[in-house]
Write a protein that binds this ligand. Structure first.
Ligand code: GAP
Length: 440
Protein backbone atom coordinates (compact mmCIF):
# COMPACT_ATOMS: atom_id res chain seq x y z
CA UNK A 1 0.00 0.00 0.00
CA UNK A 2 1.67 3.20 -1.12
CA UNK A 3 -0.34 5.34 1.31
CA UNK A 4 0.62 3.20 4.33
CA UNK A 5 2.20 5.11 7.21
CA UNK A 6 5.98 4.77 7.55
CA UNK A 7 7.02 2.54 10.42
CA UNK A 8 10.21 2.19 12.37
CA UNK A 9 11.91 -0.90 10.83
CA UNK A 10 13.02 -1.93 14.33
CA UNK A 11 9.57 -1.63 15.87
CA UNK A 12 8.98 -5.37 16.24
CA UNK A 13 12.34 -5.87 17.98
CA UNK A 14 11.79 -2.87 20.22
CA UNK A 15 8.37 -4.05 21.35
CA UNK A 16 9.53 -7.66 21.77
CA UNK A 17 12.47 -6.50 23.93
CA UNK A 18 10.33 -4.13 25.97
CA UNK A 19 7.78 -6.90 26.51
CA UNK A 20 10.46 -9.15 27.93
CA UNK A 21 12.46 -6.54 29.83
CA UNK A 22 9.43 -5.12 31.65
CA UNK A 23 7.53 -8.34 32.26
CA UNK A 24 4.78 -8.36 29.65
CA UNK A 25 5.68 -11.53 27.76
CA UNK A 26 8.41 -14.12 28.38
CA UNK A 27 9.56 -17.01 26.25
CA UNK A 28 7.99 -20.10 27.80
CA UNK A 29 10.30 -22.52 29.67
CA UNK A 30 13.12 -20.04 29.13
CA UNK A 31 15.34 -21.56 31.85
CA UNK A 32 15.36 -24.75 29.74
CA UNK A 33 16.26 -22.90 26.56
CA UNK A 34 12.67 -22.01 25.70
CA UNK A 35 9.90 -23.99 24.06
CA UNK A 36 9.44 -22.82 20.51
CA UNK A 37 6.51 -20.52 19.87
CA UNK A 38 4.97 -20.65 23.32
CA UNK A 39 4.90 -17.64 25.57
CA UNK A 40 4.16 -16.85 29.20
CA UNK A 41 2.48 -13.63 30.24
CA UNK A 42 4.25 -11.86 33.11
CA UNK A 43 2.88 -9.49 35.76
CA UNK A 44 2.26 -6.65 33.28
CA UNK A 45 1.19 -8.91 30.41
CA UNK A 46 -1.41 -10.70 32.48
CA UNK A 47 -2.96 -7.36 33.46
CA UNK A 48 -2.99 -6.10 29.91
CA UNK A 49 -4.31 -9.33 28.38
CA UNK A 50 -7.08 -9.39 30.96
CA UNK A 51 -7.91 -5.77 30.09
CA UNK A 52 -8.12 -6.64 26.38
CA UNK A 53 -10.47 -9.53 27.16
CA UNK A 54 -12.54 -7.38 29.55
CA UNK A 55 -12.83 -4.61 26.95
CA UNK A 56 -14.13 -7.22 24.50
CA UNK A 57 -16.52 -8.82 27.01
CA UNK A 58 -17.90 -5.47 28.07
CA UNK A 59 -18.90 -4.45 24.55
CA UNK A 60 -19.80 -7.89 23.22
CA UNK A 61 -21.63 -9.38 26.22
CA UNK A 62 -22.08 -7.16 29.27
CA UNK A 63 -23.62 -4.18 27.47
CA UNK A 64 -25.86 -6.28 25.21
CA UNK A 65 -29.08 -7.98 26.14
CA UNK A 66 -28.90 -10.15 23.01
CA UNK A 67 -25.64 -11.96 23.87
CA UNK A 68 -24.83 -14.48 26.61
CA UNK A 69 -21.49 -16.05 27.49
CA UNK A 70 -20.24 -19.59 28.02
CA UNK A 71 -16.98 -21.23 29.02
CA UNK A 72 -16.72 -24.59 27.27
CA UNK A 73 -14.21 -27.44 27.65
CA UNK A 74 -10.92 -27.30 25.78
CA UNK A 75 -10.74 -31.07 25.30
CA UNK A 76 -13.26 -32.55 22.88
CA UNK A 77 -14.15 -35.90 21.33
CA UNK A 78 -13.43 -36.65 17.63
CA UNK A 79 -17.17 -36.57 16.85
CA UNK A 80 -17.26 -32.78 17.33
CA UNK A 81 -14.32 -32.23 15.01
CA UNK A 82 -15.58 -34.69 12.41
CA UNK A 83 -18.93 -32.86 12.26
CA UNK A 84 -17.33 -29.41 12.19
CA UNK A 85 -15.16 -30.39 9.24
CA UNK A 86 -11.89 -29.85 11.09
CA UNK A 87 -10.73 -33.48 10.91
CA UNK A 88 -11.08 -33.47 7.13
CA UNK A 89 -10.18 -29.94 6.16
CA UNK A 90 -8.42 -28.01 8.93
CA UNK A 91 -5.10 -28.43 7.18
CA UNK A 92 -2.25 -26.38 5.80
CA UNK A 93 -0.12 -27.45 2.80
CA UNK A 94 3.19 -28.76 4.19
CA UNK A 95 6.34 -28.99 2.02
CA UNK A 96 9.89 -30.10 2.81
CA UNK A 97 12.86 -28.26 1.30
CA UNK A 98 14.80 -30.93 -0.63
CA UNK A 99 18.11 -29.20 0.13
CA UNK A 100 18.07 -28.21 3.82
CA UNK A 101 15.09 -30.41 4.88
CA UNK A 102 13.32 -27.54 6.66
CA UNK A 103 9.52 -27.78 6.65
CA UNK A 104 7.36 -24.90 5.46
CA UNK A 105 3.79 -23.88 4.82
CA UNK A 106 3.71 -23.82 1.02
CA UNK A 107 1.36 -20.83 0.74
CA UNK A 108 3.66 -18.62 2.85
CA UNK A 109 7.02 -18.96 1.08
CA UNK A 110 6.48 -17.99 -2.61
CA UNK A 111 8.39 -21.05 -3.86
CA UNK A 112 11.72 -20.11 -2.21
CA UNK A 113 13.08 -21.74 0.96
CA UNK A 114 13.48 -18.93 3.55
CA UNK A 115 16.32 -20.94 5.14
CA UNK A 116 18.60 -21.84 2.21
CA UNK A 117 17.06 -20.19 -0.89
CA UNK A 118 16.41 -23.48 -2.69
CA UNK A 119 13.39 -23.77 -4.96
CA UNK A 120 13.20 -27.59 -4.77
CA UNK A 121 10.43 -28.92 -2.56
CA UNK A 122 8.55 -32.15 -1.99
CA UNK A 123 4.92 -32.37 -3.10
CA UNK A 124 2.66 -30.47 -0.70
CA UNK A 125 0.69 -32.67 1.69
CA UNK A 126 -2.25 -31.71 3.88
CA UNK A 127 -1.08 -31.32 7.48
CA UNK A 128 -3.87 -31.26 10.08
CA UNK A 129 -3.35 -28.45 12.58
CA UNK A 130 -5.19 -30.02 15.51
CA UNK A 131 -3.34 -31.29 18.57
CA UNK A 132 -4.38 -34.87 19.22
CA UNK A 133 -4.15 -36.42 22.67
CA UNK A 134 -5.58 -39.20 24.76
CA UNK A 135 -8.20 -38.88 27.49
CA UNK A 136 -7.86 -41.42 30.31
CA UNK A 137 -5.30 -44.14 30.98
CA UNK A 138 -6.37 -46.58 28.24
CA UNK A 139 -5.07 -45.94 24.76
CA UNK A 140 -7.09 -46.63 21.64
CA UNK A 141 -9.84 -45.27 19.44
CA UNK A 142 -12.29 -44.41 22.21
CA UNK A 143 -9.66 -42.45 24.13
CA UNK A 144 -8.74 -40.01 21.36
CA UNK A 145 -9.37 -36.36 22.19
CA UNK A 146 -8.42 -33.08 20.55
CA UNK A 147 -7.48 -29.71 21.98
CA UNK A 148 -9.90 -27.24 20.42
CA UNK A 149 -8.43 -25.26 17.50
CA UNK A 150 -11.14 -22.60 17.91
CA UNK A 151 -13.57 -21.71 20.70
CA UNK A 152 -16.46 -21.54 18.24
CA UNK A 153 -17.56 -25.18 18.32
CA UNK A 154 -18.45 -24.91 22.03
CA UNK A 155 -21.13 -22.40 21.07
CA UNK A 156 -22.62 -24.71 18.43
CA UNK A 157 -22.62 -27.85 20.58
CA UNK A 158 -24.28 -25.85 23.39
CA UNK A 159 -26.78 -24.08 21.12
CA UNK A 160 -29.79 -26.13 22.30
CA UNK A 161 -28.71 -25.92 25.98
CA UNK A 162 -28.36 -22.15 25.83
CA UNK A 163 -31.59 -21.71 23.87
CA UNK A 164 -33.47 -23.76 26.47
CA UNK A 165 -31.98 -22.06 29.52
CA UNK A 166 -31.45 -18.42 28.53
CA UNK A 167 -34.87 -17.54 27.06
CA UNK A 168 -33.08 -15.85 24.14
CA UNK A 169 -34.27 -16.12 20.56
CA UNK A 170 -32.65 -15.19 17.25
CA UNK A 171 -31.16 -12.77 16.62
CA UNK A 172 -29.00 -13.57 19.66
CA UNK A 173 -25.42 -14.57 20.30
CA UNK A 174 -23.24 -16.83 22.41
CA UNK A 175 -19.77 -15.54 23.27
CA UNK A 176 -16.66 -17.15 24.65
CA UNK A 177 -13.11 -16.15 25.51
CA UNK A 178 -10.49 -18.81 25.97
CA UNK A 179 -7.49 -20.78 24.82
CA UNK A 180 -7.22 -22.46 21.44
CA UNK A 181 -4.44 -24.64 20.07
CA UNK A 182 -3.11 -25.11 16.55
CA UNK A 183 -0.05 -27.02 15.53
CA UNK A 184 1.04 -24.20 13.22
CA UNK A 185 3.74 -25.22 10.73
CA UNK A 186 5.45 -21.85 10.84
CA UNK A 187 4.55 -19.89 13.95
CA UNK A 188 6.32 -16.58 14.35
CA UNK A 189 6.42 -12.81 14.50
CA UNK A 190 6.40 -12.88 18.29
CA UNK A 191 2.86 -13.69 19.52
CA UNK A 192 1.19 -13.01 16.15
CA UNK A 193 1.03 -16.72 15.31
CA UNK A 194 1.60 -19.18 18.14
CA UNK A 195 0.58 -22.77 18.81
CA UNK A 196 -1.29 -21.86 21.98
CA UNK A 197 -3.27 -18.62 21.96
CA UNK A 198 -6.44 -16.99 23.20
CA UNK A 199 -9.52 -16.21 21.16
CA UNK A 200 -12.53 -13.99 21.74
CA UNK A 201 -15.40 -15.28 19.62
CA UNK A 202 -19.06 -14.52 19.18
CA UNK A 203 -21.49 -16.79 17.32
CA UNK A 204 -24.51 -14.65 16.51
CA UNK A 205 -27.56 -16.68 15.44
CA UNK A 206 -29.95 -14.92 13.07
CA UNK A 207 -32.94 -15.64 10.82
CA UNK A 208 -31.41 -16.45 7.38
CA UNK A 209 -33.04 -13.44 5.73
CA UNK A 210 -31.24 -11.12 8.19
CA UNK A 211 -27.78 -12.67 7.77
CA UNK A 212 -26.35 -10.10 5.40
CA UNK A 213 -27.50 -7.13 7.47
CA UNK A 214 -25.97 -8.61 10.63
CA UNK A 215 -22.77 -9.50 8.78
CA UNK A 216 -22.33 -5.81 7.84
CA UNK A 217 -23.33 -4.73 11.34
CA UNK A 218 -20.67 -6.87 13.03
CA UNK A 219 -17.92 -5.86 10.57
CA UNK A 220 -18.63 -2.24 11.40
CA UNK A 221 -18.83 -2.79 15.15
CA UNK A 222 -15.62 -4.80 15.33
CA UNK A 223 -13.65 -2.32 13.21
CA UNK A 224 -14.77 0.48 15.50
CA UNK A 225 -13.84 -1.48 18.64
CA UNK A 226 -10.16 -1.27 17.67
CA UNK A 227 -10.46 2.41 16.74
CA UNK A 228 -12.16 3.18 20.04
CA UNK A 229 -9.35 1.50 21.96
CA UNK A 230 -6.74 3.67 20.32
CA UNK A 231 -5.50 2.07 17.10
CA UNK A 232 -5.12 4.84 14.53
CA UNK A 233 -7.32 4.70 11.41
CA UNK A 234 -4.25 4.57 9.13
CA UNK A 235 -3.27 1.26 10.74
CA UNK A 236 -6.61 -0.49 10.23
CA UNK A 237 -8.40 -1.65 7.12
CA UNK A 238 -11.05 -4.14 6.05
CA UNK A 239 -10.27 -6.90 3.60
CA UNK A 240 -13.05 -8.97 2.07
CA UNK A 241 -11.97 -12.49 1.09
CA UNK A 242 -12.37 -13.63 -2.51
CA UNK A 243 -14.85 -16.52 -2.91
CA UNK A 244 -12.04 -19.00 -3.71
CA UNK A 245 -10.18 -18.15 -0.48
CA UNK A 246 -13.11 -18.80 1.89
CA UNK A 247 -12.86 -21.41 4.66
CA UNK A 248 -14.88 -24.58 4.27
CA UNK A 249 -17.78 -23.18 6.33
CA UNK A 250 -17.92 -19.60 5.10
CA UNK A 251 -20.33 -17.80 2.76
CA UNK A 252 -18.42 -14.55 3.20
CA UNK A 253 -15.51 -13.38 5.34
CA UNK A 254 -14.08 -9.93 5.98
CA UNK A 255 -10.89 -9.47 7.96
CA UNK A 256 -10.05 -6.48 10.07
CA UNK A 257 -6.40 -6.02 9.15
CA UNK A 258 -3.69 -4.18 11.06
CA UNK A 259 -0.53 -2.70 9.62
CA UNK A 260 2.11 -4.82 11.41
CA UNK A 261 5.82 -4.05 10.96
CA UNK A 262 5.87 -6.70 8.18
CA UNK A 263 2.81 -5.28 6.40
CA UNK A 264 -0.96 -5.66 6.42
CA UNK A 265 -2.11 -8.86 8.10
CA UNK A 266 -5.13 -10.31 9.88
CA UNK A 267 -6.27 -9.07 13.25
CA UNK A 268 -9.76 -10.54 13.28
CA UNK A 269 -12.14 -12.31 10.88
CA UNK A 270 -15.88 -11.75 10.61
CA UNK A 271 -17.62 -14.60 8.78
CA UNK A 272 -21.07 -15.47 7.61
CA UNK A 273 -21.06 -19.21 8.42
CA UNK A 274 -24.60 -19.75 7.09
CA UNK A 275 -26.32 -22.77 8.65
CA UNK A 276 -23.23 -24.95 8.13
CA UNK A 277 -22.35 -25.65 11.76
CA UNK A 278 -25.81 -26.21 13.23
CA UNK A 279 -26.77 -28.42 10.28
CA UNK A 280 -23.58 -30.48 10.56
CA UNK A 281 -23.93 -31.00 14.32
CA UNK A 282 -27.65 -31.77 14.07
CA UNK A 283 -26.99 -34.42 11.43
CA UNK A 284 -24.06 -35.97 13.27
CA UNK A 285 -25.59 -35.94 16.77
CA UNK A 286 -29.21 -36.61 15.87
CA UNK A 287 -30.26 -33.66 18.06
CA UNK A 288 -32.38 -30.98 16.41
CA UNK A 289 -30.62 -27.63 16.39
CA UNK A 290 -33.47 -25.73 14.74
CA UNK A 291 -35.32 -22.81 16.17
CA UNK A 292 -39.11 -22.77 16.25
CA UNK A 293 -40.47 -19.25 15.91
CA UNK A 294 -43.86 -19.41 17.63
CA UNK A 295 -45.02 -16.00 16.47
CA UNK A 296 -44.44 -16.92 12.82
CA UNK A 297 -45.22 -20.62 13.33
CA UNK A 298 -42.04 -21.36 11.45
CA UNK A 299 -39.10 -23.70 12.04
CA UNK A 300 -35.66 -22.83 10.67
CA UNK A 301 -31.96 -23.41 11.18
CA UNK A 302 -30.42 -20.05 12.14
CA UNK A 303 -27.52 -18.62 10.17
CA UNK A 304 -24.42 -17.66 12.12
CA UNK A 305 -22.44 -14.45 11.91
CA UNK A 306 -19.11 -14.87 13.64
CA UNK A 307 -16.73 -12.11 14.71
CA UNK A 308 -13.61 -14.12 15.67
CA UNK A 309 -10.74 -12.21 17.29
CA UNK A 310 -7.46 -13.23 18.86
CA UNK A 311 -6.90 -11.83 22.35
CA UNK A 312 -3.16 -12.39 22.31
CA UNK A 313 -2.89 -11.07 18.74
CA UNK A 314 -4.97 -8.01 19.62
CA UNK A 315 -2.74 -7.34 22.62
CA UNK A 316 0.28 -7.41 20.32
CA UNK A 317 -1.37 -4.95 17.92
CA UNK A 318 -2.24 -2.62 20.81
CA UNK A 319 1.38 -2.76 22.02
CA UNK A 320 2.77 -2.07 18.54
CA UNK A 321 0.47 0.84 17.93
CA UNK A 322 1.05 2.33 21.39
CA UNK A 323 4.86 2.30 21.19
CA UNK A 324 6.31 5.79 20.76
CA UNK A 325 9.59 7.51 21.30
CA UNK A 326 9.44 11.24 21.97
CA UNK A 327 11.51 13.89 23.65
CA UNK A 328 10.92 15.18 27.16
CA UNK A 329 13.26 17.77 28.70
CA UNK A 330 15.89 17.10 26.03
CA UNK A 331 15.87 13.32 26.60
CA UNK A 332 14.38 10.59 24.45
CA UNK A 333 11.72 8.67 26.30
CA UNK A 334 9.87 5.50 25.39
CA UNK A 335 6.17 5.81 26.04
CA UNK A 336 3.35 3.35 25.50
CA UNK A 337 0.35 5.49 24.64
CA UNK A 338 -2.10 2.77 25.65
CA UNK A 339 -5.74 3.55 26.22
CA UNK A 340 -6.20 3.70 30.01
CA UNK A 341 -8.57 0.69 29.83
CA UNK A 342 -5.77 -1.48 28.42
CA UNK A 343 -2.78 -0.22 30.40
CA UNK A 344 -1.35 -2.83 32.83
CA UNK A 345 -1.47 -0.18 35.57
CA UNK A 346 -3.76 2.79 35.36
CA UNK A 347 -2.23 4.63 38.27
CA UNK A 348 1.20 4.60 39.91
CA UNK A 349 1.53 5.96 43.42
CA UNK A 350 5.01 7.37 44.02
CA UNK A 351 6.06 8.73 47.42
CA UNK A 352 8.89 11.21 46.92
CA UNK A 353 10.98 9.47 49.55
CA UNK A 354 10.91 6.40 51.75
CA UNK A 355 10.05 8.50 54.83
CA UNK A 356 7.35 6.65 56.84
CA UNK A 357 5.06 9.72 56.83
CA UNK A 358 5.04 9.79 53.03
CA UNK A 359 4.59 6.03 52.73
CA UNK A 360 1.71 6.26 55.21
CA UNK A 361 -0.15 8.87 53.13
CA UNK A 362 0.63 6.86 49.98
CA UNK A 363 -1.11 3.84 51.52
CA UNK A 364 -4.19 6.00 52.11
CA UNK A 365 -4.11 7.13 48.47
CA UNK A 366 -3.92 3.47 47.41
CA UNK A 367 -6.90 2.63 49.62
CA UNK A 368 -8.93 5.28 47.79
CA UNK A 369 -7.91 4.31 44.25
CA UNK A 370 -7.12 0.58 44.23
CA UNK A 371 -10.78 -0.57 44.40
CA UNK A 372 -11.39 1.23 41.09
CA UNK A 373 -8.06 1.30 39.26
CA UNK A 374 -5.17 -1.14 38.95
CA UNK A 375 -2.38 0.58 40.85
CA UNK A 376 1.38 0.22 41.01
CA UNK A 377 3.48 1.42 43.94
CA UNK A 378 7.12 2.41 43.56
CA UNK A 379 9.44 4.05 46.07
CA UNK A 380 12.85 3.43 44.55
CA UNK A 381 15.02 5.73 42.37
CA UNK A 382 14.61 9.40 41.52
CA UNK A 383 11.13 10.64 40.68
CA UNK A 384 12.23 11.39 37.08
CA UNK A 385 13.40 7.80 36.58
CA UNK A 386 10.20 6.49 38.10
CA UNK A 387 8.12 8.60 35.67
CA UNK A 388 10.12 7.14 32.75
CA UNK A 389 9.59 3.61 34.03
CA UNK A 390 5.84 4.19 34.19
CA UNK A 391 5.79 5.89 30.75
CA UNK A 392 7.51 2.88 29.26
CA UNK A 393 4.79 0.52 30.49
CA UNK A 394 1.96 2.85 29.58
CA UNK A 395 0.72 3.97 33.02
CA UNK A 396 -1.55 6.95 32.23
CA UNK A 397 -1.34 8.66 35.65
CA UNK A 398 1.42 9.00 38.22
CA UNK A 399 0.55 10.36 41.65
CA UNK A 400 3.38 11.83 43.63
CA UNK A 401 3.12 12.19 47.38
CA UNK A 402 5.63 14.79 48.62
CA UNK A 403 6.40 16.75 51.77
CA UNK A 404 3.86 19.46 50.87
CA UNK A 405 1.22 16.71 50.93
CA UNK A 406 1.70 16.49 54.69
CA UNK A 407 0.79 20.19 54.92
CA UNK A 408 -1.89 20.70 52.27
CA UNK A 409 -3.41 17.19 51.83
CA UNK A 410 -2.82 17.42 48.07
CA UNK A 411 -0.79 15.30 45.64
CA UNK A 412 0.65 15.85 42.17
CA UNK A 413 -1.09 14.06 39.30
CA UNK A 414 1.11 13.68 36.23
CA UNK A 415 -0.35 12.88 32.83
CA UNK A 416 1.68 10.35 30.80
CA UNK A 417 0.98 11.88 27.38
CA UNK A 418 1.27 15.60 28.08
CA UNK A 419 3.61 15.19 31.12
CA UNK A 420 1.51 17.97 32.64
CA UNK A 421 1.42 18.04 36.45
CA UNK A 422 -1.57 19.19 38.49
CA UNK A 423 -2.03 19.54 42.23
CA UNK A 424 -5.17 17.72 43.47
CA UNK A 425 -6.57 17.34 47.01
CA UNK A 426 -6.63 13.71 48.15
CA UNK A 427 -10.36 13.91 48.81
CA UNK A 428 -10.90 14.96 45.16
CA UNK A 429 -8.49 12.40 43.73
CA UNK A 430 -10.90 9.60 42.83
CA UNK A 431 -13.22 12.06 41.08
CA UNK A 432 -10.25 13.66 39.31
CA UNK A 433 -8.91 10.38 37.89
CA UNK A 434 -12.42 9.28 36.96
CA UNK A 435 -12.95 12.54 35.08
CA UNK A 436 -9.63 12.15 33.26
CA UNK A 437 -10.74 8.69 32.10
CA UNK A 438 -14.09 10.04 30.95
CA UNK A 439 -16.03 8.16 33.61
CA UNK A 440 -18.34 10.90 34.78
N1 GAP B 1 -13.80 -19.61 14.60
C1 GAP B 1 -13.18 -18.99 13.46
C2 GAP B 1 -11.73 -18.88 13.62
O1 GAP B 1 -11.14 -19.45 14.52
P1 GAP B 1 -9.60 -17.82 12.53
O2 GAP B 1 -9.49 -16.70 11.52
O3 GAP B 1 -8.89 -19.08 12.25
O4 GAP B 1 -11.17 -18.04 12.70
C3 GAP B 1 -9.72 -16.10 14.50
O5 GAP B 1 -9.14 -17.27 13.95
C4 GAP B 1 -8.66 -15.21 15.11
O6 GAP B 1 -7.91 -15.96 16.07
C5 GAP B 1 -7.61 -14.69 14.11
O7 GAP B 1 -8.07 -13.54 13.43
C6 GAP B 1 -6.44 -14.38 15.04
O8 GAP B 1 -6.64 -13.13 15.67
C7 GAP B 1 -6.56 -15.48 16.08
N2 GAP B 1 -5.64 -16.59 15.74
C8 GAP B 1 -5.85 -17.62 14.89
N3 GAP B 1 -4.77 -18.43 14.84
C9 GAP B 1 -3.85 -17.90 15.69
C10 GAP B 1 -2.54 -18.29 16.09
N4 GAP B 1 -1.95 -19.40 15.64
N5 GAP B 1 -1.88 -17.50 16.99
C11 GAP B 1 -2.46 -16.38 17.49
N6 GAP B 1 -3.70 -15.98 17.15
C12 GAP B 1 -4.40 -16.72 16.26
Amino acid sequence: MSDAPIQDPELLDKVTNLAKRRGFIFQSAEIYGGFRSTYDYGPLGVNMLRNVKNAWWQVMVQQRMDVVGIDAAILGPPAVWAASGHLATFTDPLVDCRKCKERWREDKINGVCPNCGSTEFTEARAFNLMFKTQAGPVEGEGATAYLRPETAQGMFTNFANVLATSRKKPPFGIAQVGKSFRNEITPGNFVFRTREFEQMELEFFVPPAEADTWYRYWIDLRYNWYLNLGIAKDFLRLHEHAKEDLSHYSRGTTDVEFLYPWGWDELEGIANRGDYDLTQHAQASGVSLDYFDQAENERYTPYVIEPAAGATRAMMAFLLSAYHEDEVEGETRVVLRLDWRLAPYQVAVLPLSKKPELEGVSQKVLEVLAPYFTCDYDVTQSIGKRYRRQDEIGTPFCITVDFDTLEDGAVTVRDRDTTEQTRVKIEDLLGDIRARTGQQ
